[in-house]
Design a protein around this ligand. Sequence first.
Ligand code: ADP
Ligand code: MG
Ligand code: ZN
Length: 482
Amino acid sequence: MKVTIGLEIHVQMSEAGSKLFCNCKADYRGLNVNTNVCPVCLGLPGALPVVSKRSVELALATSLALKCEIPKFIVFTRKHYFYPDLPKNYQISMIERAGGVPICRNGVISFLDPSRWEWKSCRIRRVNIEEDPGRTVYEEGGITGSPYALVDYNRSGVPLLEIVTEPDIETPRDARLLVEYLLLTLEYLGVTNPRLEGVFRVDANISLDGGERVEVKNIGSIADVEKALNYEILRQSKIREAGGVIERETRHWDPVRGVTRPLRHKEYEEEYLYFPDPDLPPIAITEEMVKGALKIAVEADLQALLSELLKHNIPPEHAWSIVSTKPALDLFKKVVSLGGDPQVVARMLAVDYKGELREQGKDPYDPSNWPPPDTILELSKLTLTGVYPYDTIKGLIIPNLVSNPLARLETLVPEKAGDLDLVVEEVLREEVRAVKDYLEGKTQALNYLVGRVIKKIGRKAVDPRIIRGLLEKRIKAGAPRT
Ligand code: ADP
Ligand code: MG
Ligand code: ZN
């Protein structure tokens, strides 16, 4: 059975600063309802749109990253429909058929299958810039049951990219990997923060053995791209096995139940009455604009970033782990530029530190959960000098550091065994009674002795297990010198 998949990916340019045609914020999250609004994004009479330069620049950088053809000018169009979340009664987009000119066409994305270290590619049909509508909330009984709807216009006018692929994808897994890679690229471009709630939506088109395609709308997570497509393959195969025919239709992904549901038979595009927006004259794409965008695109070339890491003989899975977590890559680059050993630093960041962040339920994408470069540099040196067994660093220092990334390393490092020996000796000399108790089988006494040693050292971060071991060894070896 041949599976054919093409994707339409809508991504908010959450990092663009402003909305597409006004100065309200591009990232509206956490703001009070209907406070991130102005006459333009509320569609008030007489308000005129002014295109955000930054949005065009970021869209252009995306186009270059996707190796697309850039036109000499772009043209925005209007897409009309009536709905409370669309106060102008039209959405500004870039539909080619109605005289619109999208930001770019005919590109390609190469994306990585990290577990097999295999590069795949998919052609890009085009990229559009458009505006997001507002958000409609149905409080009682959902979209069909609620007696009223609430509308929040904070999102109205937020810049979106619509990225449309050719139907080159052959498995749901590849579709997921493509989306993952694309979002990471957009993060490096400074276009979006893929982890923000509702920041992207995928519509996935899928057909089997050259049959009609079904479009699954409203996929909002990377994992769901694969799940929704796997579900469709099953559903469509069953219909075909039973002698049925797949009709062209639009379905809706229900992430809670893990199924797709019928939405409507494909509407005709003409129903939207498209035409070029008379408020927005064509925008020339100058050489200067392309140059500026190219600078951004070059920095965000994941393939180049990966090969840079691989030059240091870092295992590919560590390299991917670092590149796929931007704060880790930023940190890696700094530590290595300060003289850190690339392989040690890579392992420390990609495996141990990142693993411990997960362990403690901390977000690896939040830069404030990572320590400053000096700390990692020192830690990597400690590893190499062998003062501490790597187990101590991994099992004790890194967990402490993850809990408190700004802590100075000295406060996290256990006393060197040499110093500890002296203190242990001293405690054993002073606590003859406790030693005797312990030798007579009162195991509690050992805890008391450990406590005494810790008190003398005056450092909280010493591993009690190490002290316990030293005490046991020393007591077994014979009575302390008095
Ligand atoms: P529309 O204009 O109706 O949205 P397009 O031709 O622009 O349709 O295609 C939309 C999406 O459908 C694209 O991502 C494209 O790759 C995908 N697509 C086109 N043909 C097929 C097919 N036979 N099977 C799966 N996906 C397809
Ligand atoms: Mg479409
Ligand atoms: Zn506004």
